[in-house]
Design a protein around this ligand. Structure first.
Ligand SMILES: Cc1cc2nc3c(=O)[nH]c(=O)nc-3n(C[C@H](O)[C@H](O)[C@H](O)COP(=O)(O)OP(=O)(O)OC[C@H]3O[C@@H](n4cnc5c(N)ncnc54)[C@H](O)[C@@H]3O)c2cc1C
Length: 125
């Protein structure tokens, strides 16, 4: 599928390079040169670096409550979204996969039920 997409993108002037890693980014007067570990160089007007989503947890001082985020700033939760501190819950993107709006909504719903009623409605789990 990715090969097929690459082929069609190529026809529209978009070049996809698979399995490449950047080694160095060099700013030049008229743009940027990306040096790849394979030895290739990509010249471009500008560079957009997309590194996925990360949790905005680094300024929360989690260590004060004995919690720790992973390398992407995400918090580990159990099936009812409790973190390592049972009275602290984490829902939505900050709890990782699947990182979708609909999931964040459901997770919030489940957690609210747990907090208010002490248990999650089974049809939501
Ligand atoms: C480009 C893009 C396209 C997407 N497309 C889809 C899609 O088609 N369908 C889909 O279901 N999902 C999609 N998503 C994912 C969806 O947007 C997220 O899963 C969803 O918004 C997660 O909700 P959330 O409440 O966990 O986080 P967010 O929506 O990010 O809300 C977190 C909120 O917390 C605030 N905040 C952060 N740090 C602090 C702090 N220290 N103090 C106070 N407030 C703070 C932020 O300002 C923000 O308002 C997309 C995401 C992106 C980036």
């Amino acid at each position: 599928m990715s090969d097929s997409l690459s082929y069609h993108f190529w026809n529209s002037g978009v070049v996809i390079r698979h399995n490449e890693e950047s080694e160095k980014i060099e700013g030049v007067d008229d743009g940027v040169i990306i040096h790849l570990k394979s030895g290739k160089k990509v010249n471009a007007d500008c560079l957009l670096y997309a590194n996925g989503r990360t949790g905005n947890t680094d300024s929360l001082a989690l260590e004060n409550v004995g919690m720790e985020a992973d390398g992407r700033g995400l918090l580990k939760v159990n099936s009812i979204y409790q973190t390592s501190q049972p009275h602290i819950y984490a829902v939505g993107d900050v709890s990782g996969y699947p990182s979708l709006a609909s999931a964040a909504y459901d997770q919030g719903h489940i957690t609210a039920q747990v907090i208010i009623k002490g248990e999650a409605s089974t049809h939501l789990l």
